[in-house]
Design a binder for this molecule. Structure first.
Ligand code: ADP
Length: 331
């Protein structure tokens, strides 16, 4: 049994502001069917940046979400879910004209994932720079974001402005591109836009699939990861699903193994991992320069990711701290 290093509190004062989309995934009530065959759908609130904010809060940290929802039943339902989970909703705007984004998602029996998005446009795409709650963004110790908010204007300009405001106010910038190819006009455009804000972030997390996509290499190795390195970066993470994660800093790099669990649905594992990591470093950035402590934090983040795969859906599966410590202790 490995020792549990719990000297990095997650309950500090630092605020993590997560920027981007929150939407509803509609998932079939039965598994292994196409969207057309599905007899019915269940609502599963999602959107990676919103999941990250809830992950932070569930672990005892302080989080806010910034984004736009439709001024409709679903938009208010989602804002309510954030609040119920202790996430500040001060940065949420409601669009009078456009609906909350919906995504119908299924994993067919042949293993192919099918998506159908209702974003024509959806409210999240219509967030304007002048609507941003700048006071909230300036109070962030960590500002986290993805790439879906880069796809179209005016949200793209709002995203770029929010990054600048957070950076000028001294926030640590954290980026998880969260590639969703079907939402982009082309793979080339996705790669170009995702990389267009690459050198701003100080913490970047990519999955193995994203690493391959962004580098154009079919190898998941140190050389391909390090080809994504830039001078402002403090920590690059590559998550490897059931194989854990790799980390790279200016001075050291290595791998932290995953936990063995009974996986049911991997949705949200990466968001849970990111929320856990940010919750640990928000009050103590020196962890990023201390390999032993960083490895403890990544072990904790791996445990969070693993637990999130043991239940259906993302938000219901995000763990609290006692659950994480129990998994670490029992491993
Ligand atoms: P993403 O959701 O962004 O694709 P991953 O699937 O790599 O990210 O998951 C993030 C982290 O969650 C991994 O680094 C790992 O620690 C944990 N994790 C994911 N899937 C599993 C699994 N099947 N078993 C155990 N841990 C997992």
């Amino acid at each position: 049994m490995s020792p549990v290093n719990n000297d990095v509190p997650v309950t500090g004062k630092g605020l993590i502001v997560s920027f981007g989309e929150m939407l509803i995934d509609f998932v079939p009530t039965v598994s292994g069917v196409s969207l057309a065959e599905a007899p019915g759908f269940l609502k599963a609130p999602g959107g990676a940046p919103a999941n990250v904010a809830i992950a932070v809060s569930r672990l005892g940290g302080k989080a806010a979400f910034v984004g736009k929802l439709g001024d409709d039943e679903f938009g208010h339902m989602l804002a309510g879910i954030l609040k119920e989970n202790g996430v500040s909703a001060e940065g949420i705007n409601f669009d009078q004209g456009a609906r909350t984004a919906l995504a119908f998602v299924t994993l067919r029996a042949d293993g192919e994932r099918e998506f159908m998005f209702y974003r024509n446009p959806s409210a999240d795409m219509l967030l304007r720079p002048e609507e941003l709650n700048l006071e909230l963004i300036r109070s962030a110790n960590v500002f986290h974001y993805g790439s879906i908010s880069l796809i179209v204007e005016p949200c793209r300009s709002a995203h770029l402005k929010a990054i600048e405001v957070a950076k000028d106010a001294g926030a640590l910038l954290s980026y998880d591109p969260n590639l969703r190819l079907p939402l982009w006009p082309s793979p080339e455009e996705a790669r170009e836009q995702i990389l267009s804000i690459w050198d701003k972030a100080e913490v970047i997390k990519v999955s193995d699939v994203e690493l391959e996509f962004l580098t154009g290499s079919d190898k998941i190795d140190d050389a391909s990861a390090l080809s994504l390195w830039h001078d402002n970066l403090k920590l690059l993470l590559v998550t490897l699903g059931e194989k854990g994660c790799r980390y790279y800093t200016k001075h050291f790099h290595g791998e932290v193994k995953a936990f063995h669990v009974n996986t049911v649905d991997t949705t949200g594992a990466g968001d849970s991992f990111v929320g856990a990591l940010l919750g640990k470093i928000v009050d103590d950035r020196s962890i990023l320069e201390d390999e032993a402590r960083l490895r403890q934090v990544l072990k904790f983040a791996n445990a969070c990711g693993a637990i999130t795969t043991t239940k259906k859906g993302a938000i219901p599966a995000l763990p609290n701290e006692p659950e994480v410590l129990a998994l670490i202790k029992g491993a």
